[in-house]
Design a protein around this ligand. Structure first.
Ligand code: HOZ
Length: 448
C-alpha cells in the first residue's frame, strides 16, 4: 500500500516544528467558544482541563501533522482519537469522499457500498456474520445492548470499571475517557433504574465477575468490555481473561460484547477478536472503519443480528446510518489495511516506544509504557497498571507536565493520561525521531 502519500504537512514530511509559538488565536477562539458551547468544546477531553493550558484550535491536518490557527505545527499522536490510521487527508480517502459527495450526500435508502462494507467487515472479523451501520461508537454499543437484552430477555449488563463505551445511560457507570479524566461521579441524568441494571466489576478481576454471576445467575444479559482497555490508558487483559469471559458468559446463557471501537482494524484486520483468538457474540466497531467520518457499526452472530428490525422485533434505525460519504471513506481506508500496513504500524510503534522508554530511563523517571500493537499509553508509575484503581493512582500531574513539554516542542499527545497514543502510517522515521528527541529533552524536567 501507499504510505503517508499526503506528506508530512507543514513541516514537509519530517521534522516537528513550531509547537512553541503563540496560542493567541486559539485562546481567542476558546473564549468565544465558551460563550456558546459548554466548556468551549464539543467533547470534554478536548478542553485540556486535566493538563492545563489552551486547547489548540486546529486549522488543518496533513499526513502525520496538524497545524493550529496560530500557524504552529505538531506531529499528531491523537489521530482523531484513533481513526486516522493512514494519517490526515490521505489522498485515497479524500478522493473517495469527494467522489461520493458529488453523487449526493445522503439518500436515506440503501447503497451498493454499504453491502461492500458489510462484506469487508464480516470477511475480516471471525464470528461476525452480519453487521448494521450506525453513526457513532456510542450508538453501536447502545444498540448492541438493546439487542442483547431483547435476545436474552434479561436486563442486567456487566461492565468493567474504567472502560468507556460511549455515553449511553446504561454504560456511563465508572466510565473511562472524559468521565475518568475529570474524575466525575456517575453522571446526573442517568436514572436510578438504568444505573441499577448496570453491574460494575474491576478489569482483570475474575473473582468479581464470578461473584456477579453467582448473585445473578440468570439475570445478566451481557458482559461488555473493551478487549484492550484504552480509555483509562491502555490496559491489556491479563492472559486468559477474555477466554474466561467467553466461558463464563456461555455457561450462564449471557452474551459477550467486545467494544472494538478502539481496537477494531487497529490491532490488525481481525481486531482483538483475531489478536486474542476469542470470539464474542457481538462486536462494536467505530473509528478506523469510518476513515475519519461519522460511521460505526455493530455485528456478530447471524442468529442474533436477525433479531433486529425489520427481520426481527428489536428496533434500531438511523437516517444517516450507512451514509454514502462516510461509507466511501471507510471502505477506502479499509482497502489499504493489508499485512504490510500492519507491519509498518508495528515498526513505527516499536521505534517510538523504544525511544520513549530510553528517554524516561535516561532521566530516571519511572514510567510504564503499556502497549498492544500500535496503540499505547504512558503511565507514570513504578508498577504495571492492571485496573482502573491503579490507573487513577498513577502520577497524572507528571503526565500533564510531559504533555505540555511535548506540546511546546511541537508534539501533540492526548491531553489526558487516560487516553491512548496512536501511531499512523503517515508517521515518518524523522517524525518519530524528533518526538523521541523531544521526550529526551522533556524527561529531566519531570524528575522534580
Ligand atoms: N472519547 C474520545 C476519547 N476516547 C474523545 C473523543 C473526542 O473528544 O473527539
Amino acid at each position: 500500500m501507499t504510505v503517508g502519500a499526503a506528506g508530512g504537512g507543514a513541516a514537509g514530511g519530517g521534522t516537528a516544528g513550531g509547537g512553541g509559538g503563540s496560542s493567541d488565536s486559539s485562546q481567542a477562539l476558546f473564549d468565544r467558544a465558551r460563550a456558546v458551547i459548554p466548556g468551549g468544546v464539543n467533547s470534554p477531553v478536548r478542553a485540556f482541563r486535566s493538563v492545563g493550558g489552551t486547547p489548540r484550535f486546529i486549522a488543518s491536518g496533513a499526513g502525520s501533522h496538524l497545524t493550529d490557527v496560530d500557524g504552529n505545527d505538531y506531529v499528531d499522536y491523537v489521530c482523531s482519537w484513533g481513526p486516522l490510521i493512514l494519517g490526515h487527508a490521505h489522498p485515497d480517502i479524500a478522493a473517495a469522499a469527494k467522489a461520493a459527495i458529488d453523487k449526493g450526500s445522503s439518500y436515506g435508502a440503501p447503497t451498493a457500498a454499504e453491502v461492500e462494507l458489510a462484506e469487508t467487515i464480516t470477511e475480516a472479523v471471525p464470528g461476525v456474520g452480519m453487521i448494521r451501520c450506525v453513526s457513532s461508537g456510542t450508538e453501536a454499543t447502545m444498540s448492541a445492548i438493546r439487542l442483547a437484552r431483547g435476545a436474552t430477555g434479561r436486563d442486567k449488563v456487566l461492565k468493567f470499571a474504567g472502560h468507556y463505551h460511549g455515553h449511553s445511560d446504561a454504560l456511563l457507570a465508572s466510565a473511562g475517557s472524559g468521565v475518568a479524566t475529570f474524575g466525575l461521579p456517575d453522571s446526573p441524568g442517568v436514572t436510578a433504574g438504568a444505573a441499577a441494571d448496570t453491574i460494575v466489576v474491576g478489569w482483570n478481576d475474575r473473582a468479581g465477575v464470578e461473584s456477579a454471576f453467582a448473585k445473578e445467575p440468570e439475570g445478566i444479559a451481557l458482559v461488555v468490555c473493551e478487549p484492550v482497555a484504552a480509555n483509562m490508558g491502555v490496559v491489556p487483559p491479563d492472559p486468559g481473561f477474555l477466554k474466561f469471559l467467553r466461558d463464563i458468559t456461555a455457561s450462564h446463557g449471557a452474551l459477550l460484547l467486545f467494544d472494538e471501537v478502539m481496537t477494531g482494524f487497529r490491532l490488525g484486520r481481525g481486531g482483538a477478536v483475531s489478536h486474542f483468538g476469542v470470539i464474542p457474540d457481538l462486536v462494536a466497531f467505530g473509528k478506523v472503519v469510518g476513515g475519519g467520518f461519522p460511521l460505526a457499526a455493530f455485528g456478530g452472530r447471524v442468529d442474533l443480528m436477525r433479531r433486529l428490525a425489520p427481520e426481527g422485533p428489536v428496533y434500531q434505525a438511523g437516517t444517516l446510518s450507512g451514509n454514502p460519504v462516510a461509507v466511501a471513506a471507510g471502505l477506502a481506508q479499509l482497502r489499504l489495511l493489508d499485512d504490510e500496513a500492519y507491519a509498518g504500524l508495528q515498526r513505527r510503534a516499536d521505534r517510538l516506544i523504544r525511544g520513549l522508554s530510553d528517554a524516561f530511563a535516561g532521566a530516571g523517571v519511572a514510567a510504564q509504557i503499556q502497549r498492544v500493537n500500535s496503540m499505547f499509553s504512558v503511565f507514570f508509575a513504578n508498577e504495571p497498571v492492571r485496573d482502573y484503581d491503579a490507573a487513577k493512582a498513577t502520577d497524572h500531574g507528571r503526565y500533564a507536565r510531559f504533555f505540555q513539554g511535548m506540546l511546546a516542542r511541537g508534539h501533540y499527545l492526548p491531553p489526558s493520561g487516560y487516553e491512548a497514543v496512536f501511531v499512523s502510517l503517515a508517521h515518518s522515521e524523522a517524525d518519530l525521531d524528533a518526538t523521541i528527541a523531544a521526550a529526551k529533552d522533556v524527561a529531566p524536567e519531570l524528575v522534580a
